[in-house]
Design a protein around this ligand. Structure first.
Ligand code: AMP
Length: 438
């Protein structure tokens, strides 16, 4: 019996793989424009990193991590998110001591969460995101939001709504948590078991509960904005006024708390409803953190970051017809040998053309010429190179322009020049064997 993929994982193939490449390359280019540098932390880390970094009270740590003992009985976890691993990377490599701050990093790769698989929700999916660490100023939070906004605009995702909120500083959050506890204490007996543990570990998390009955209770809960310290209010107002100056549209949502425990001050999400009316919810999200670096054994340094789900971006772009045409890079030349001698020659012809930068495939199966032409067409080739026994003996090939159907014989040593000419490209800088340029 054949073995299938692990439940909740998915194969990325064909057009989807090309689209992922397009999305990731675009995102990388924009991050480089904002002077962020790529980092590639390992996929697995010691479990303790996520327990301390993401927070014991988070759903991720409580029930979604792929954790196992390695052969030396050390507990390791496949990363459920990037931020904790990047903080470890920054601390361990002393990047805050040796760089101008904030240290700005971007990342892209798979993450693993044991969630209930459903449409758009996988157990292995890809995240793209950034972290800017070591500078507490509101300008750095704003730059991260501008970066995310630029990314979404470059992908032509104009329907994005930016929801933003502040979780305040310690003083504000402690006062708010007390107020939430006092409120939820009266309702807890009617709420879901998860909310019971959230009540003990982090009552802010109750605001994020997805159970409809609990959401009704949440509607009557105290609001963060009424518990903000002066300093927290000023900081948030500064963030909002900078966004206004930069014409970044946003909506303040004072119920927004985010699913991870490390956030403080500014938090934000990017929501998307497609033109066809599909509500994708948050396609990306992020926020500011104060204690994470210290919590993980580093210096007292704040940071801000966000991440997008690449699968989610792909679905949205596909749904709204925003993926550019021709992403799958069709081949340019299809080489069609007839017989074993011709096959050997076809391999060296293909190799030479590839060295000159052309996308080339050849036919390895013994099929009729008509069939080979069909294959060339299916692959989107512009030219076919036909090699029969005659051509092998005469050391030449036939080049056929598949659009115009014109064809001509060409000596082997002039092939690259002839193809360059046909393609309207510069020839091989005049050093080629036929001295085409002379
Ligand atoms: P989070 O780290 O939970 O804030 O998630 C950041 C982004 O990752 C979300 O906005 C989604 O786009 C994406 N995402 C989160 N969980 C999943 C999942 N299980 N499958 C696919 N994408 C996800």
């Amino acid at each position: 019996m054949a073995v299938n993929n692990v439940k909740g994982t998915h194969d990325v193939i064909g057009e989807e793989a090309s689209a992922f490449n397009y999305i990731e390359n675009l995102l990388k280019q924009i991050c480089e424009l904002f002077a962020y540098n790529e980092v590639r932390p390992p996929v697995m880390e010691y479990s303790e990193l996520f327990v301390r970094g993401v927070g014991e009270g988070s759903d991720i740590v409580r029930k979604e991590m792929y954790t196992f003992l390695d052969k030396a009985e050390r507990s390791v976890t496949l990363r459920p998110e990037f931020t904790a691993g990047i903080m470890r990377l920054i601390i361990q490599n002393k990047l805050l001591a040796t760089n101008e701050l904030p240290y700005k990093a971007y990342y892209c790769g798979p993450v693993f969460r044991y969630e209930r698989p459903q449409l758009g929700r996988y157990r292995q999916f890809n995240q793209f995101g950034v972290e800017a660490v070591g500078n507490n100023s509101p300008e750095v939070d704003v730059e991260a939001i501008v970066l995310a906004y630029t990314i979404l605009s470059s992908l032509n995702l104009d329907n994005v709504k930016i929801a933003i909120n502040t979780l305040g500083d310690d003083e504000s959050r402690n006062a708010y948590k007390e107020a939430l506890k006092a409120y939820f204490a009266k309702h807890l007996d009617k709420m879901c078991p998860d909310c019971h543990s959230r009540y003990e570990l982090n009552p802010l998390r109750i605001l994020d509960c997805k159970v409809p009955e609990d959401q009704e209770i949440v509607k009557g809960a105290p609001r963060m904005k009424d518990y903000l310290s002066e300093a927290a209010k000023n900081r948030f107002n500064r963030v909002l006024s900078l966004l206004d100056d930069l014409n970044i549209p946003y909506q303040v949502d004072d119920t927004l708390v985010r699913g991870l425990d490390y956030y403080a001050e500014t938090v934000f999400e990017f929501h998307y409803v497609s033109k066809t009316g599909n509500d994708y919810g948050a396609i990306g999200a992020g926020g500011h953190y104060d204690k994470l670096v210290k919590e993980l054994g580093g210096p007292d340094a704040a940071g801000v970051g966000f991440s997008f789900g690449v699968e989610r971006l792909y679905s949205v772009l596909k749904d709204d017809g925003l993926l550019p045409q021709g992403l799958d890079n069709p081949i340019e030349i299809y080489v069609m040998p007839i017989g074993d001698k011709a096959k050997a020659l076809a391999m060296s012809v293909s190799a030479n053309l590839r060295l000159s930068g052309y996308r080339v495939d050849m036919c390895y199966e013994d099929v009729k010429l008509a069939n080979m032409f069909k294959r060339a067409e299916r692959k989107g080739a512009q030219f076919a190179i036909i090699i029969g026994e005659d051509e092998v003996n005469k050391e030449e090939v036939v080049i056929k322009n598949l659009k115009t159907t014109e064809q001509k014989s060409c000596p082997l040593d002039k092939l690259v020049c002839a193809i360059s000419e046909e393609m309207g490209d510069e020839c091989c800088d005049g050093n080629c064997s036929c001295h085409h340029k002379e």
